[in-house]
Design a binder for this molecule. Sequence first.
Ligand SMILES: [Zn+2]
Ligand SMILES: [Zn+2]
Length: 107
Amino acid sequence: MFLACPNRCSTNRFELWNASVFVDTLGRYLEYRPAESPLYRCTQCGSPAVDLGEVPNAMQAEHERELERVSDYACPACETLFTAPLGQSPVVCPACGQTFPVSQQTG
Ligand SMILES: [Zn+2]
Ligand SMILES: [Zn+2]
């Protein structure tokens, strides 16, 4: 996690916004229960903080999902069945080396 204020406040102090902290009758800390997606806000301007630490991970996960998306093709020359990354056109038949354009499928 790397919290940052969208307004670039220099205080770098953030307040937990929607999580619950439980205390006993003397106010002693008992339990901390974060919400499903904890929110923090900048103590200076009150803007919701953005978690810059999550961005590279999210982009990496998205990238990996992209790589996993493949489509099945049949070579028009030798009829070999093979898979190629979705969105790639033309595709190359791994058996005979024939390249041919493919129409992009949606869904
Ligand atoms: Zn701020
Ligand atoms: Zn082929």
